[in-house]
Design a protein around this ligand. Structure first.
Ligand code: ADP
Ligand code: ASP
Ligand code: MG
Length: 829
């Protein structure tokens, strides 16, 4: 007796428990990888817990549901499960003394499942009990395959039917484990024969009080392994899976997520409880109770990556350890007069919900205590509504409770970290990140353990929210901007090139700019991960000629959460894009445009857009509408904001017209000067917009609006300097007939031609003026602009802004600095 006890202690102390998940068992290659992992580690005696082949449990349950609904298609769906197992066995190339018994065992289990499904089909009923019996076949098919492979590798393999160890109640589908019976069964079970290298058993399944097969809930194999680890007081449990470890966020949603080297049981529990499906959350508790480390690592990593160690005291504490998310949530808000603050009210709410078996994930109470908000699973909404209406019927009739409001389509994003208890400002940082990404928060709660902050938001926002928060907490990137760029003309191209060139420096300063979409007429390029700006032009050409209209592409972008831009950049001269601004503002995007059509568009539409931007707390920066990269609108806005009053503006606002008139000044003909300006990219794509003065009308109108004037295009006087007939017809005709007007600009006096815009409250005009050569405007060279602002504060001398007001590179740089000005912290040199 004494000797037996000694053997038991020695053997069991040395054990480790390894669990292989569905993805590690999904194909013949994956199974062979499992075999080599276990052969490499043959020196350590271990217990191996297996899931079903990836997807097998779901496929079995789907066949069950088909059978229940009377659909004979269940047979084919089931047959394909059988075929998959048979094909994998074939590919394993086992010696026949192992292959033949394996094939017959698999056949027996498949026959059992088939008989069960037939019964379900005949009865038209899939009881939880039958569902468990069917689902259990997944694990029961996988274990003999792994066992055969290990035997083929020369290991001593002992098999145990997990149902002999895991004793549960009869809650089929998510049975509770009877720990006393289970731990005793495991201990005596292991001890009965210690002569093995690997003891292998099924995860997920157990046996109920009546002997029927039960299951522990989807993903439950992890839990089986932790029960065995605890019962045997194993050295450690290892979950071998398809990711390198537990990561800072679900890598499918946040590609830049990183492996967390170590974390506490409590942190892992919270992350898994709030949706990190990498570990089935009941798994943690048995290990925490006995202090057994849980290692999460990849079956497939060949570089011995250590993965994540989940332990009592991780190496480092950290404020935020990871992020997770739970979808399909709903918020129930009880709105009421006095009753909500009354003692006993919350108890009534929770009792009513508990009686209806509804799990409350999160609670928040408004500070005025007039509302209480609960988050529950969306599927529980009908039952919750019924339970609460019944409980509070009388209070509603008496008007003591106003209403029960339900909001659906929501998700919870949780920030988890043991260091949060003592750190201030975590929620502020999270809000700031979400605010910058334009995401609306519906509710927030700090968990009672103070190890998590849970934020409720619309499900559509989850990918963007996780990315924004990941950025804020796990990278040195303080700001991420996701740009959707319209227009690839000269300005659009220069803009994309400039971002590409500046990106590395900006990154060092904590600013990441990604272009998620480039749209030009008939072609577009979209990439949620950010387009490679070294190759956008080739990629766009290769994207082929699409037939989607701007509006169609836009609708696609709006309905794709992963693409969600934070800034719409418009470098077109088209109304197709300005037509999108209002919707963009509603979708909480900032706007940056070199396109003037919105800022100089009809006053009503302009005011509506601004109102919407204000409501969404977004900005519209369009500095390049006036004076290319010169900070004209910024100067006017700052003057107005600080209480100055603009009395008068005189300005040369057209780089192209100034270029043309300064060329004439040095002896060139009008027609040649226009041609040259066009070739240098100083004119609008259609030069008539410049020569009609219309472009300058727009610019002075935009300045006037920046000073607070409510003007429209028609309020700007523009007599024109070419005959009206010159503008009829096509742009080509117009260019061809330019020489007809050369004589208009020949003059004998010593003056110079300048096209001048003037604004004073109540007056706004543009026109060609003959100025003396000592006039400040006469000094302007080439495409220079000059803006002279007279104000109450600039009363003796005007504020003068001067510099080139045209050119694609400068305009693009102005657009770029508008984008950067949208960052809360502009880059510092
Ligand atoms: P197994 O079949 O091995 O139990 P699961 O598919 O159940 O594996 O869990 C692993 C998966 O969990 C990963 O492939 C990953 O997509 C997902 N996952 C979700 N959140 C996280 C996270 N924070 N860290 C790592 N993986 C995560
Ligand atoms: N095979 C079961 C499931 O798919 C259990 C598990 O994988 O852990 O849910
Ligand atoms: Mg799993």
């Amino acid at each position: 007796m004494a000797q037996k006890l000694e053997v038991k202690c020695l053997g069991i102390m040395d054990l480790e428990v390894l669990k292989f998940g569905g993805s590690s068992l999904a194909t013949a290659e994956a199974l062979q990888r499992v075999q080599s992992v276990l052969l490499e580690r043959r020196a350590e005696q271990k217990i191996v817990v297996c899931s079903a082949m990836g997807g097998a449990t779901s496929a079995l349950l789907t066949a069950g549901r088909l059978a229940e609904s009377g659909d004979a298609g269940y047979r084919e769906s089931f047959a394909s499960i059988g075929r998959r197992h048979e094909q994998v066995i074939e590919a394993l190339a086992l010696p026949s003394h192992l292959k033949l018994p394996l094939i017959s065992e698999v056949e027996v289990t498949l026959k059992e499942a088939e008989a069960l499904l037939r019964g379900v089909h005949i009865l038209g009923e899939l009881s939880p009990r039958s569902a468990d019996a069917i689902a259990s076949c997944g694990e029961r098919l996988a274990v003999p395959m792994v066992a055969a492979l290990l035997r083929a590798g020369g290991l001593r393999v002992r098999r145990v039917d997990a149902r002999d160890w895991i004793q549960t109640d009869d809650q089929h589908g998510a049975a509770s484990v009877d720990w006393t019976q289970t731990s005793a069964a495991i201990l005596t079970g292991v001890d009965a024969d210690l002569a093995f290298d690997v003891l292998i058993t099924e995860g997920y399944i157990g046996r109920g009080p009546d002997g029927a097969t039960t299951t522990l809930g989807r993903g439950g194999s992890d839990y089986t392994a932790s029960l065995i680890a605890r019962a045997t007081n194993a050295r450690r449990m290892e979950k071998s899976t398809d990711v390198l470890g537990m990561m800072t966020a679900d890598p499918r949603l946040v590609p830049e997520a990183e492996v967390i080297p170590s974390m506490s049981y409590e942190e892992a529990l919270e992350l898994c409880h709030f949706g990190a499906k990498v570990i089935y959350h009941p798994t943690i508790e048995p290990l925490r109770k006995s202090g057994i480390p849980l290692i999460v690592r990849s079956t497939f990593a060949t570089d011995n990556h250590p993965g994540t160690a989940i332990v009592a005291s991780p190496e480092h504490t950290c404020i935020v350890r990871g992020l997770s998310s739970m979808s399909d949530m709903a918020l129930i808000t009880l709105v009421g007069g006095g009753i909500i603050a009354k003692p006993g009210f919350s108890r009534r709410v929770f009792t009513a919900l508990a009686q209806a078996a509804i799990n409350v994930v999160l609670i928040t109470q408004s500070s005025s205590e007039h509302t209480i908000t609960l988050a529950i699973a969306e599927g529980d909404v009908p039952d919750a509504e019924r339970a609460l209406t019944e409980e509070f019927e009388a209070d509603m009739t008496l008007g003591r409770l106003e209403s029960i409001r339900i909001d659906q389509g929501l998700s919870i994003v949780a920030l988890v970290g043991g260091g949060m208890q003592s750190a201030a400002g975590v929620s502020g940082q999270a809000f700031e990140a979400l605010g910058r990404a334009g995401i609306n928060v519906r509710a927030i709660a700090q968990g009672s353990t103070e190890r998590n902050i849970s934020i409720v938001l619309s499900s559509i926002d989850v990918p963007a929210a996780l990315r924004a928060m990941h950025q804020a907490f796990f990278s040195n990137i303080v700001q991420e901007h996701r740009l959707l760029c319209f227009g690839t003309g000269q300005v659009g191209r220069a803009f994309l090139d400039q971002i590409h060139a500046a990106a590395p420096t900006l990154r060092q300063r904590g600013i990441s700019i990604q272009v998620v979409g480039i749209v030009r007429r008939q072609r577009h390029l979209l990439d949620p991960e950010g387009i490679d700006l070294g190759q956008w032009s080739e990629q766009l050409d290769a994207a082929g000629q699409g037939h989607a209209s701007t509006q169609e592409i836009w609708s696609h972008i709006l309905s794709s959460p992963s693409l969600r831009p934070t800034i719409l950049v418009d470098n077109t001269a088209s109304e197709d894009t300005t037509a999108l601004y209002l919707e963009a503002a509603k979708a909480r995007m900032h706007l940056v445009a070199s396109n003037k059509l919105a800022a100089a568009g009809p006053l009503d539409a302009w005011l509506t857009l601004n109102k919407q931007l204000k409501a969404a707390q977004r900005s519209f920066r369009h500095e390049t509408n006036v004076g290319a990269a010169l900070p004209v609108l910024d100067a006017l806005a700052q003057m107005v904001a600080t209480g100055d009053e603009v009395l008068r503006i005189e300005a040369v606002l057209s780089g192209s017209l100034n270029f043309i008139f300064s060329r004439i000044q040095s002896g060139q003909r009008f027609s040649e000067a226009v041609q040259e300006a066009r070739e240098l990219g100083y004119t609008e794509p259609d030069p008539r917009l410049d020569l009609s003065g219309e472009d300058v009308v727009r610019k002075i109108l935009i300045c006037a609006r920046a000073c607070g004037a409510s003007l429209d295009m028609k309020d700007v006087h523009n007599p024109g300097f070419l005959p009206k007939t010159a503008f009829a017809g096509e742009a080509g005709q117009f260019m061809a007939s330019l020489a007809d007007h050369d004589s208009l600009f020949v003059s004998q006096d010593a003056g110079v031609w300048r096209f001048v815009a003037r604004f004073a409250p109540g007056q706004c005009a543009v026109g060609l003026e003959r100025l003396p050569i000592d006039h400040p405007f006469a000094q302007l060279q080439g495409p220079d602009n000059q803006i002279r602002i007279h104000s109450r504060r600039y009363s003796t001398q005007p504020l003068v802004l001067q510099g080139s007001g045209a050119g694609a590179v400068l305009t693009a740089s102005g657009v770029f600095s508008d984008v950067l000005r949208l960052t809360a912290q502009p880059p510092m040199s």
